[in-house]
Write a protein that binds this ligand. Structure first.
Ligand code: GLN
Length: 207
């Protein structure tokens, strides 16, 4: 199994470091051919408008969208989640449109732009997950095929999965809790695909 991290902008090094701690040497993806034969790809956080422009310049939009459509695992964190969305409330960037979610950027306002919160994520087990939010987006629409892995304040989805695709508003790569990365590696492993999580995991609805 081989996974890659999109390494053109944002905190890709932190994802690569976590994967390394889990015993996986990740490939840095900067060009379309770097996606060849990868089982999974992480799109890191950063600045989605810049990320989007660079993906266009390096001809990465179409191949990454294809990878998602082919059933290979793709996980977007924060700006990466914005890129995976079907639609966003802003005009910029133009997302890849591969995941059936609608997203609002900088949803907590620029004044309160970073915070930490403990989340219930039943797909990861009973222990809560300490999540770091940085100028974070939220998911404002969740499609039929999308499972909500966790919500903030009972009603705002912040971690979702749609089959081989996963998106988180926050930054698991900035904590010592590597359960989201392990979960992603299971998705990328194919035969280890986790069972479809229970609808509205965490006891919250997400429409
Ligand atoms: N606010 C950024 C954006 O809209 C995302 C921030 C992040 O990735 N931490 O692109």
């Amino acid at each position: 199994m081989e996974v890659g991290v999109l390494a053109i902008q944002g905190d890709f090094a932190e994802h690569i470091a976590v994967l390394g701690k889990l015993g996986v040497k990740a490939r840095e993806v900067r060009l379309p051919e770097h996606l060849d034969s990868l089982d999974g790809l992480i799109i890191p956080g950063g600045e989605s408008t810049t990320l989007s422009r660079l993906m266009t310049i390096y001809n990465l939009r179409e191949p990454v969208a294809q990878m998602a459509a082919q059933g290979r695992a793709v996980w977007g964190t924060c700006a990466g989640m914005i890129m995976l969305a079907q639609e966003i409330t802003e005009n910029d960037p133009i997302p890849l449109g591969v995941m059936d979610i609608g997203v609002q950027r900088n949803a907590f306002g620029r004044q309160v732009d970073s915070f930490e919160q403990t989340l219930d994520v039943s797909a990861l087990g009973p222990d809560p997950f300490h999540a770091i939010f940085i100028r974070a987006p939220v998911i404002i629409r969740v499609g039929e095929e999308v499972d909500v892995l966790s919500t903030l304040d009972a009603d705002r989805p912040v971690a979702v999965q749609q089959g081989n695709l996963m998106a988180t508003s926050f930054h698991p790569e900035l904590t010592d809790d590597h359960r989201f990365h392990s979960y992603f590696l299971e998705l990328a492993g194919g035969n280890g695909r986790p069972p479809r999580p229970k609808r509205n995991a965490g006891g919250n609805s997400a429409s």
